[in-house]
Design a protein around this ligand. Sequence first.
Ligand code: FAD
Length: 500
Amino acid sequence: MTDTATRTAASDQRIEHFDVLIVGAGISGIGSAHHLREQCPDKSFAVLETMPSFGGTWRTHRYPGARSDSDLYTYGYRFKPWTGAPIASKDEIMKYLGEVIESEQLEPFIRYGHTITNSTWSSAQKRWILDVTRGDTGEHLQFSASFLWMCQGYYRHSEGHTPQFKDMDAFKGLIVHPQTWPEDFDYSGKRVVVIGSGATAATLIPAMAPDCSHITMLQRSPTFFIIGSNVNEVADMLRELDVPEEWVHEIVRRKLIADLGALNQIALEYPDFAREELLKPIREILGDDFDIDKHFNPKYRPWQQRIAFIPEGDLFHGIKSGKASVVTDEIDRFVEDGILLKSGTVLEADIIITATGFDMNVLGDIDFNIDGVPLDYATTVTYRGMMFTGIPNMIAVFGYFRASWTLRVDIIGDFVCRLLNHMTELGRTVVTPTLREQDQGMTLHPWIDPEDFNPGYLTRSLPFLPKQGDREPWRHSPNYQLEKVELAGADLDDGTLRYS
Ligand SMILES: Cc1cc2nc3c(=O)[nH]c(=O)nc-3n(C[C@H](O)[C@H](O)[C@H](O)COP(=O)(O)OP(=O)(O)OC[C@H]3O[C@@H](n4cnc5c(N)ncnc54)[C@H](O)[C@@H]3O)c2cc1C
């Protein structure tokens, strides 16, 4: 191991040093720890995580029915076969992550209950110095790292995004955000209104419907959904032939990635056709008398926002059965016994669930500074959507939105390890993305083109996020198949990564 020693700083405060510190023990942090150990076995590392255990998203979201909306063949890691049904419950995903930690013996490397609050790059010491607070004791600690691998996810876990509706205080019932679901929450026999129609609402409603007296999905505008069966016929066929699970995983992954690529292409080139294909199965369940256009035909083009998968169409069967309903209208204000809509109708409720999304977390809400100068992340330009101009020795993992997030965790893992090994070969310890002369003055674009992909939490946060340039490597592609090849072949000596 290199440079593992516990250092004593001038102030005599003990600073524990690692070659690499990974921030976050969600699906990205655990996957990144695997790649680091496998591909850079000499690097010392630790994972710092705020929560008392692993899982990130899958620990935070405890509401009924919480599940993936991607298939686990691609949402799972490439190195650990998925053997269950494609769409998985949060408990199944937690079990899968737990198995990775156990089989790879990662537990001793993870420090739970450690929240990083500040991170300072010292050019003199060529390292990041991190201020950390321990959740259990409140103790203040310091760590340092030659390299920071940010796997902090994209939203704040402590609370979700709740828009301030007029007169919320007037409501006499309970208002709950899915991200902060109460323990043992009893909603049996209650009238429930869920505000929102994203993946969370679409999951919650069928799971809660059997126990509520009635549940209503209240949306301002419709969302696209994909209906399908929670089976994978290719996987089932391969298993019948006794094909080893590693092969099943890889073959099914490739097939699903190819299918998704084709689906994205169709949505882009033939949006009307894609729209009709998405609506057809909903019409089949709800029948011709149902106003599909009003409630389920969005204004935006398919894939401009993530499309939630609805296994067996459970949401729509709930609506068909009368246990659930959908209302498309705007909220005027909250009233004592529910919500007054702009149309003048009052939606009566005992419980209102605000499935209204996330607040974006920018770099783990950590205060960054470089040699004492506060980092203004929004003024940086991204190097391939993972490093940033002027920020030395740091990588930030941001997964895909249209495809499974984790596909990008794997290929970024390969890239970082190749970069770290390259630096060792060069005998350099610092790498900083830097615009070349020919890149100066290039046209800058937002982190994500709102025309291409525009969910609320992202568009709200664009002013705080880095920019993209108009050329490689200052852009990032939302396309896994392209990026997989680009990252593997990226020239580490093209002058955009400055080593010292
Ligand atoms: C209900 C739900 C379902 C989803 N389903 C899918 C899906 O099917 N497919 C898909 O592709 N995506 C899905 N997503 C998106 C999902 O967030 C990502 O897929 C993925 O879980 C992100 O993992 P992550 O490890 O990058 O981040 P997170 O899961 O957010 O984990 C980040 C971790 O970093 C820790 N952390 C953050 N800041 C600090 C700090 N300062 N100090 C210490 N620790 C810190 C957090 O505590 C957290 O544990 C879903 C999201 C939700 C909410």
